[in-house]
Design a protein. Sequence first.
Length: 364
Amino acid sequence: MRSYWEKNQFSFFNNIVIGSGLAGLFTALNLKQKFPNERVLILSKGWIGRGASTKNAGFACMGSITELEDDLSHSSEEEIITLFEMRYKGLQIMRQELGNVPIGYEDNGSYELLENANDLAKIKRWNKALQFIERKDAFSVANMNKFSFKGFAAAIQNELEGSIDTGKMIYTLLQKVQSLGVEFMQQTELNAFEKIGDRYVLQTSQDIQLSCERLILCTNAFTKELLPTLDIKPGRGQVIITKPIENLPIKGIYHFDQGYYYFREIDGRVLFGGGRQLDIEGEETHQLGGNKLILEDLKRKLKENILPHIAFEIDYSWSGIMAFHENKKPICKEVQDNLFVLAGFGGMGVALAPFMAKELVGKI
């Protein structure tokens, strides 16, 4: 049984945020900035976010041309442009709040590698559609002679994208929210919650009962475990990384095949991920772990297409869990009185989380 002091000081919070990934951290940051005198608690199942926030490739990206073209099969051009702009603004918020140097941001742009050079003809259309963002062309034809890749006919450069050091980004964000007085309860899972009067009462894995005025679920793919009727699907992503390679000729970040594959140089290594489309059903899981089919595909493409003339060794691999909602639109809403949900970033959480967190707190 808890003491009188514990009940008085550690039971009630104005706001409880569930999840300590990018969405949860940026939501807590915005809450503290808007309500500096209110208590904000982040409740986290692990010691850091367990989805994709610390497991992504560190791409500050908004979407490649073939990905935007593919999106036309299920979304209007207006919807695609709106989502692209949200991603763009989210990255600007990230950089403004945390600074370029602390998060390892590099303004290198990105490259989309194309198997079919005919896709270059689509540049003009998307430059026109997106020009309002920075009043300049986002996409241009890249010089293929600068690359030593194999199996690609052309490349498109995106001037708006860049790269981030994911570890530095999360560390810097943690430091900032802690400096504002955000409180943490880690290694604690939310088992159940109910509305009693004007408060939400939470039952946790530590047999600790908490209560709050506002409850904000920022658990992305895992939100369905708390709200079973929510229309959201998990999507696991596989990543491999090489051991350091001497004189590695790759710099910057790269996409191909409608954004399903992505790779970059980091600390003299090649980080390569993707291939989820090879086993969509198998990767719709909340369980971290490897997928032999996809991992073998990544290793083969790394050897045959990305490093065809360079010897390398795989150091290790990992996976992260993303969340997908209808037409890639994030969920950002109040689902009942003072119960909010922020989830479903569709593999673009690095860009979308800062923007959507600001939008969500703006609704409060």
